[in-house]
Design a protein around this ligand. Structure first.
Ligand code: GYE
Length: 325
């Protein structure tokens, strides 16, 4: 009885306190719309900017709660994150897939749980496109073709060009399509020779390591086609150490993808010849798409972000300074 009385007292006190503080039990409509976001990792400056853009888009709106999980570039980690989101009963799921293959089962699990899902940045290769609402990101083949077209203007038809190719995560859309553009062009130009394809996994450290090893025995490189900026930075360090010049007037012409502020600065300074833009700042567009979905509006199956390419000749310092990523 004594215990019961003290419990009653505690409840009465709590009731009085919350009343004083004006705390009311949350009504269903006050609950934020919960989004689970499985991000690839933090392998590059591009990725860090993309994470910031997505989190910032929702952070400023109290109607949303974003739970982000970093997969550290492992698809298995993404599966585990998605299953946690399902268990937690999130309202919406965003997936930035590491690689294209292997998504059918998990997307089916999401569908069975009746949770809408969108794919961002890279794509998924699934039999049934209805397994996701939409895919927003870059046109990676167009990016590769921009690079190839520029290179066509740089290499005289009567000269052989030795092209060293640094590849990103194998099986990722950004790798598949940037590689396809180069391989298709090399097949068309008999004077283009892809001397080697090195695996850099989109990271600076890995690229530095494989380039350093490669340069011990091979120094004949006319072009470096590097599938992202961070691998380019690692490669530049390895080239410096091997005493090989690059950029405007140097031995190696450098093509890089992403066009982050750091790469644009190198381009402006003549160290990188071509920066192909890959825009990571589409967080607000993702939010818009989700809002359209929630309003019952029709949304396109694929949304491409705006992108361009920059050379030492067409870039200004003001442009570099204004770069947001
Ligand atoms: O180019 C690279 C990142 O998928 C567009 O992944 C993305 C690529 C980007 O690691 O820097």
């Amino acid at each position: 009885m004594k215990r019961f009385c003290s419990l009653l007292l505690v409840f009465a006190l709590l009731f009085a306190m919350t009343g004083c503080l004006g705390i009311r039990p949350t009504e269903p409509s006050d609950k934020p719309y919960v989004i689970g976001f499985s991000q690839v990792g933090s392998e590059s400056d591009w990725r860090v900017a993309n994470t910031k853009s997505v989190t910032a888009a929702f952070a400023s709106d109290t109607g949303y709660e974003l739970i982000m999980e970093n997969a550290r570039q492992e698809q298995e980690n993404q599966f585990a994150a998605v299953r946690r989101f399902i268990l937690e009963g999130v309202d919406f799921i965003i997936i930035a897939p590491t690689v294209e293959e292997g998504w059918d089962t998990i997307l089916q699990e999401i569908r069975d749980a009746k949770i809408p899902v969108i794919i961002v940045d890279r794509s998924v290769a699934v039999d049934d496109d209805n397994l996701f609402l939409t895919n927003i990101g870059s046109d990676f083949l167009r990016q590769g073709n921009l690079a190839v077209e520029w290179l066509e203007g740089e290499i005289p038809a009567d000269r052989t060009a030795k092209i060293l190719h640094l590849q990103g995560t194998i099986g990722a859309t950004a790798q598949i399509l940037r590689t396809k553009a180069l391989e298709d062009a090399a097949a068309k130009h008999s004077n283009w020779e892809i001397t080697s394809q090195l695996y850099g996994d989109f990271t600076e450290a890995k690229a530095y390591e494989v380039m350093t090893e490669y340069l011990k025995t091979n120094k004949e490189i006319d072009v470096l086609y590097s599938e992202n900026d961070n691998m380019t930075f690692g490669a530049m360090r390895a080239l410096d150490e091997a005493g090989i010049s690059y950029g405007n007037g140097g031995q190696v012409k450098i093509i890089t993808f992403d066009a982050t502020k750091e790469a644009l600065q190198y381009c402006h300074d003549g160290k990188i010849n071509l920066c192909v833009e890959c825009n990571p700042m589409f967080g607000p567009q993702i939010k818009q798409l989700i809002e359209k979905y929630r309003n019952g509006e029709e949304i396109p199956k694929h949304v491409y972000v705006d992108e361009s390419a920059y050379t030492t000749q067409n870039i200004t310092q003001d442009f570099v300074d204004s770069r947001a990523y």
